[in-house]
Design a protein around this ligand. Structure first.
Ligand code: PMP
Length: 434
């Protein structure tokens, strides 16, 4: 009756009644009939701020709708060509388990650690970074909750509103909203076969910095050449341009070891270097690090103290035990070998299924293949149709480019699933070209 009076459909009224019942403001009279008392209405109204206004008001803007969809669907979709993480069969569960037991047996504290991180872990990192030509001290290392947090700390601590951030035309940074809190301006810098064509960066006043992933970039899969690294660093030093060097994929080479990071040749402290265990060990540990001048590390550690009192001490102890384990380096070699098999299987699948329909690069490390599609293909349609067929992909738009391209990851899906996923994509692309 009420539904008819209000012109609503019955299920809407039922749902509303159920919600009111759950809130405990509905009275059911003996002779039948359900009502909301005047007293309950006033309780209800008094108790309910309009959360939609609040939700719209926060400083952090919402993620792009497309990324929200990817994030929501990722846990349940059958074939994940989107996921930039090691698949369950590649994650080192037993080694992490052993390290956790080791950490538990030698647990030094359950208290907060210093906000900049455990000294034992920073020492272990200093030693590991040295193997990459980076000479540093524990005072120059800040442990973060993943390198995403390092980017947040940089934004909060170092960037003035309206700062300019230069990045590759398709860049991981473009898929994040992290810099928007300070209204940073994105400016794409063209790339060529060797890396960023830095000479396009204009000489302007105001705060500006460069964000780059020189080794096995996300999403392009490229490696900046040795010469370009040198020239880029020279340029940055002449311009006094700070560089954020994000080296998340550095350990995952599949051919020869990649060139030394920019940080290894950073004589004047231009480079803030970011590392993480998320790509070659376990993203669930939530541990990353920033290496930079001590004034920067002190400033960011102070902010980290105010934000979360420091990264999880249990994760830090576990990671310290992992680094100390005698089989650590051998296990990394095994991981590279298995990832190489996946990369090769992925490239073979692309050749078999997408020849003539798309072009792609042959990555020499990391997780990603950048697949370029004909201009007629509508990416959004392809994304939706693939999702319906149980295949999740990351369209290039996620990374801020208008190119008709996809980022496919061979790290998560098994080779059989990858092949099946690419077969579905081939069919859908053909449908669009018809
Ligand atoms: N940098 C790059 C280039 C990445 O691809 C990722 C993970 N997608 C991260 C940083 C962040 O990883 P985490 O916060 O887990 O360390």
């Amino acid at each position: 009756q009420l539904a008819a009076q209000l012109g609503l459909n019955r299920s809407t009224v039922h749902a509303a009644m159920a919600e009111l019942q759950a809130l405990g403001v509905v009275q059911t009279a003996h002779g039948g009939g359900t009502r909301v008392t005047a007293a309950s209405w006033s309780t209800l109204l008094a108790a309910s701020p309009d959360w939609r206004d609040w939700v719209a008001a926060g400083e952090f803007t919402a993620n792009q709708p497309l990324i929200q969809t990817i994030n929501q669907r990722e846990p349940t979709v059958p074939i994940r060509l989107s996921t930039g993480e090691l698949g369950p069969d590649l994650l080192p569960k037993q080694r992490v388990q052993a390290a956790m037991i080791q950490a538990a047996n030698h647990m030094t504290t359950l208290n907060y650690l210093p906000a900049r991180g455990s000294l034992a872990l920073r020492e272990a990192l200093v030693e590991r970074l040295h193997r990459w030509g980076i000479t540093t001290t524990p005072d120059n290392v800040l442990i973060t909750s993943g390198s995403l947090q390092a980017l947040q700390l940089i934004t909060a601590g170092l960037l003035e509103p309206g700062a300019t951030v230069y990045t590759a035309p398709a860049s991981y940074l473009r898929s994040l909203r992290v810099l928007e809190a300070v209204q940073a301006k994105w400016v794409p810098v063209p790339v060529d076969g060797e890396g960023l064509a830095y000479w396009h960066i204009p000489q302007t006043t105001g705060a500006q910095l460069l964000y780059t992933v020189p080794t096995f970039a996300n999403p392009l899969g490229t490696v900046t050449s040795v010469q370009r690294r040198r020239d880029l660093l020279d340029f940055a030093q002449r311009r006094r341009l700070p560089i954020i060097e994000d080296s998340a994929y550095q350990n995952l080479w599949l051919a020869e070891r990649p060139p030394e990071p920019l940080k290894a040749h950073d004589r004047h402290g231009n480079v803030l270097y970011l590392g993480t265990v998320s790509k070659d060990l376990a993203p669930g540990l939530r541990v990353g690090w920033l290496v930079g001048p001590s004034a920067v590390v002190a400033r960011l550690a102070d902010i980290k103290m105010q934000m979360d009192y420091g990264a999880s001490s249990l994760s830090q102890m576990t990671l310290t035990a992992l680094f100390r384990a005698p089989d650590f380096d051998a296990a990394q070699t095994t991981l590279r070998n298995r990832l190489r098999e996946r990369r090769d299987a992925a490239l073979a699948a692309l050749t078999a299924e997408l020849t003539g329909l798309a072009t792609w690069n042959r990555p020499t490390g990391g997780f990603y293949i950048w697949v370029q599609l004909p201009a007629q293909v509508e990416l959004n349609r392809l994304f939706q149709a693939a999702l319906q067929a149980g295949v999740l992909i990351n369209p290039g738009t996620v990374y801020g480019t208008t190119e008709r391209a996809l980022r496919l990851s061979y790290a998560y899906a098994t080779p059989a699933d990858f092949r099946q996923g690419v077969r579905v994509l081939a069919r859908l692309i053909q449908d669009q070209l018809r």
